[in-house]
Ligand binder design. Structure first.
Ligand code: AMP
Length: 463
């Protein structure tokens, strides 16, 4: 079995990896790290949650460290040697945190720039000098145009979540950034999917790349127990509050379809004595960061999020995902429920379905090829299972009828074990271009959530 020290990573990096409790590289790490260390360009087809950040951050840190003293620009300040572009502010912050975590025993400086907040602290950090710059495209261009960033010494460039960048309309910004970079550089492009535009971009950007493809994730994450509740819109918040109480839920993400809906749920929950904070695109970046930090630290048990705002959020120990509104497309459902059961833990996903959402539920069941069992309702808030036509795509037919109720689920279901084994580490589904399949390894954790003492936390939110 491959271990991190077999890559020849510098000792301070290996110590940081060990301190994180990583024992086995994930398939994307196994397939990517050596090529990046060798200076190759990489086209990586992998989603967030697969250990992708460490796959590029660890070898890039090693290379920066080996390259010797930092380069300085005209004014004697360190200018970025590594640039990582990310579509969202949250993901950019997380990538920067990862560089800081894995590089904590090195003398390299990382900083992040993104829009939606004042630029002065970012400019100050840039003035102090930086080796690794993580950025969203818009703010990066702003700061470059104002002369605060010099990209002429970048020798490694990472384009992360490239397909999402394109979805978000960043293609022109990306092309502008690329024009400012030196021709000679190492480029790593990661994308969950490779539509024709990405393929074209990759061809123009990458030089003889190593292509790493992770087999598409199983449509529904293993280790996640799902249940659906058929409930009218008017009763959804009451059901949510009851479930939070009954299961003693203290770290859950609740998904709503709209920003307005997210705020409304927060208000209604507050009336029911349950604390939650919303995170969505109408909130200032500071409010989003505060909500996320309160959630991460356990101050606020519920984070109410829209799909877009939740992208890239990686919080350990999320025991439950609650689909207050059914996702409008099946892939979003899978993406949402993947917020729980991260890094080897188990988790629970509960979906609230009103009469108008039944067709969306049907599409999800068809996509994940399973009938989601109906959850136990101890409060008489739900209505009988409606007829669901899946169109014959699923393994088990039409999804009709109650499936015998769901067992009570413990509130500690999503806790991360110490000495993490990434769930992907057990799947062995990375293929390099040569089609070599990686060997399967043990380490998945599909055990049922433990039953812990029911307890409800009511802490003031500081929103
Ligand atoms: P990412 O795909 O980079 O968002 O990573 C998803 C999660 O996996 C993060 O919480 C990482 O800390 C964790 N992780 C990354 N690599 C490993 C590994 N080799 N073993 C265990 N956990 C890991």
């Amino acid at each position: 079995m491959l271990t991190f020290d077999q890559f020849g990573l510098a000792d301070p990096i290996l110590r940081a990896v060990a301190a994180e409790g990583y024992t086995t590289p994930t398939p994307i790490q196994e397939a990517t790290i050596r090529s990046v260390l060798d200076g190759r360009d990489v086209l990586g087809c992998a989603q967030t949650g697969t250990g992708k950040t460490a796959a590029f951050a660890l070898p890039l840190l090693h290379r920066l460290n080996e390259a010797g003293p930092p380069r300085t620009g005209k004014n004697g300040k360190r200018t970025p040697r590594c640039l990582v572009l990310s579509p969202t502010r949250e993901l950019a912050s997380q990538i920067m945190d990862s560089f800081k975590t894995y590089g904590r025993n090195l003398k390299l400086r990382a900083t992040v720039v993104f829009g939606g907040v004042g630029q002065n602290p970012q400019v100050d950090a840039l003035r102090r000098g930086v080796d690794i710059l993580v950025a969203t495209p818009g703010r990066l261009l702003d700061l470059c145009n104002q002369g605060h960033i010099d990209l002429s010494r970048v020798n490694s460039f990472v384009l992360d979540e490239a397909d999402r960048m394109l979805d978000m309309g960043f293609i022109h910004d990306i092309k502008r950034v690329i024009k400012m970079l030196p021709d000679r550089k190492q480029t790593l492009l990661f994308s969950a999917t490779i539509p024709p535009e990405i393929d074209q971009l990759a061809k123009s950007l990458l030089n003889d790349p190593v292509t790493v493809r992770l087999a598409p994730q199983k449509p529904t994450a293993e280790g996640i127990k799902q249940a659906v509740y058929f409930v009218t819109r008017a009763k959804k918040t009451e059901l949510l509050a009851k479930l939070v109480d009954y299961h003693g839920i203290d770290r859950a993400i609740v998904f709503t379809r709209t920003r307005y809906g997210a705020e409304k749920v927060v208000r209604q929950l507050r009336k029911a004595g349950v604390q939650g904070e919303a995170i969505h695109g109408d909130k200032s970046q500071n409010a989003r960061t505060r909500a996320l930090n309160n959630f991460k630290s356990g101050r606020t048990p519920l984070l109410i999020a829209t799909d877009v705002a939740s992208r890239g959020i990686d919080v350990d120990g999320v025991s439950h995902v609650i689909n207050y509104d059914i996702a409008r497309d099946p892939e979003s459902h899978v993406h949402r429920i993947g917020r729980t059961a991260r890094a080897g833990a188990t988790g629970v996903a509960l979906s609230f379905c009103d009469t108008e959402e039944v067709t969306h539920l049907a599409a999800i069941q068809k996509f994940i090829r399973m009938e989601i069992p109906v959850g136990s309702d101890h409060w008489n808030l739900t209505f009988p299972t409606p007829e669901i036509k899946t169109g014959g795509g699923g393994d088990n037919g039409n999804g009709r009828g109650r499936s015998g109720g769901q067992k009570k689920q413990g509130r500690s279901a999503g806790r991360k074990p110490r000495g993490k084994s990434h769930p992907m580490a057990s799947k062995g589904n990375a293929k390099k271009k040569d089609g070599r399949a990686k060997p399967a390894r043990d380490g998945g954790n599909t055990g049922a959530p433990s039953k812990k003492r029911r307890r409800r936390r009511r802490r003031p939110s500081n929103s």
